[in-house]
Design a protein around this ligand. Structure first.
Ligand code: ZN
Length: 355
């Protein structure tokens, strides 16, 4: 029984600590992150059917086990198979497809974005020279800005972005312009980095007078030039468990008027999310500033786009949303459900600017 593990493809990330028959010892590759994180994505090539066990030495498996793809990463299913006595999962290989991909969540890369076939402009070039996408739709006076992947491992956010785009393209009122930056840390997404807690600070803490990442500088310029009324930045929380990692929520802010705007938006989003068979958002799940992880200490490295934007003179709605990796309460999340939530997000944003 032999197995070959590789990660030499977009988004790939794994460290192999040992292979002993059907027992494989692995770690997430932290690269330039200053703290332990949990992103990994690898391909296994099996030469024989059988039961395999993949063991990690840190938190690495979400509530629905690994996501599994047998078509080279184009489609994914939650695999389950979580080991109970160890941080890892069990996989029964039936011998049909030699190569199987495994990831801690359902990946979303540039090639997934390209499958949408949207016309796209270049926001800027990344530090490694990659083209960073800017999608614009419409040319009306009400302006909306959405971004994802300031922390590059937070891929569930992109399926929500797809739903926002679907709903905006069907929106019959031509009075708006939508701006989307799907990959705020483009290099990190394609290289398969954690991104979170990148040294000296990550893209999500770079909103200052002298940003070090070209994407951040370009987003700041875009927002200052276009002055969107709504600015929504999408994130994913920790891998699982705890009070806040298995629900969708909005991150509360400190200034009273900015927090009031978030509350007005939350009150619009909750009923929109309950239309149809989507993921339900509850305003009561929001994490107020000063509670749980959302304290001043969390932002000592710098400002997020949302924290920076709440201080802008035209007083936009500036919201950070957290989208779980695998489940919202007892609901197992899928690309379809994330997209449905994105549609609700768009409708709520429109209602917000109508008021
Ligand atoms: Zn994040």
């Amino acid at each position: 029984m032999t197995i070959k593990i590789s990660s030499g493809f977009p988004g790939g990330n794994i460290l192999i600590r040992g292979v002993n028959g059907n027992r494989i010892e692995l770690s997430p590759d932290l690269r330039d992150s200053s703290a332990m994180w949990f992103y990994w994505y690898f391909e296994a090539e099996f030469d024989a059917p059988g039961e395999y066990e993949f063991h990690f030495d840190s938190s690495a498996i979400g509530t629905r086990g690994p996501a599994i793809s047998t078509d080279g990463g184009q489609t994914w299913l939650w695999g389950g198979g979580k080991l109970e006595d160890s941080e890892g999962f069990r996989y029964l290989h039936d011998g049909k497809m030699k190569k199987v991909r495994f990831c801690m969540g359902i990946p979303y890369l540039q090639e997934d974005w390209q499958r949408l076939g949207l016309p796209v402009a270049e926001l800027c070039r990344s530090r490694r020279g990659r083209s960073v996408e800017l999608f614009t739709h419409g040319a009306g006076p009400h302006k909306y800005f959405f971004s994802a992947r300031h922390h590059c491992c937070e891929m569930a956010a992109n399926y929500v972005i797809e739903g926002v785009i679907e709903a905006a393209r069907r929106d019959s009122r031509p009075d708006f312009t939508l701006f989307i930056v799907p990959f705020a840390d483009k290099d990190g997404v394609e290289n398969g980095d954690q991104g979170k807690n990148r040294k000296p600070h990550d893209h999500g803490r770079d909103y200052s007078d002298e940003p070090i990442y070209p994407e951040v500088r370009a987003i700041m310029e875009l927002i200052l030039r276009e002055q969107p009324e709504v600015i929504v930045d999408l994130h994913c929380p920790w891998l699982r468990g705890g009070a806040t990692n298995e629900t969708i929520y909005i991150v509360g802010v400190e200034p009273y008027d900015a927090q009031k705007r978030l509350e007005r938006f939350s009150a619009l989003l909750e009923p929109e999310s309950k239309k149809g068979n989507g993921i339900h958002f509850f305003e009561s799940d929001n994490v107020p500033f000063g509670s749980l992880w959302n304290t001043r200490e969390n932002y000592t490295q710098g400002k997020t786009v949302s924290k920076w934007a709440i201080g802008l003179p035209w007083k936009p709605l500036s919201a950070s949303l957290e989208i779980p990796y695998a489940n919202a309460s007892d609901q197992t999340l899928t690309p379809e459900l994330w997209r449905t939530f994105g549609q609700a997000l768009w409708r709520a944003a429109r209602k917000y600017t109508d008021q």
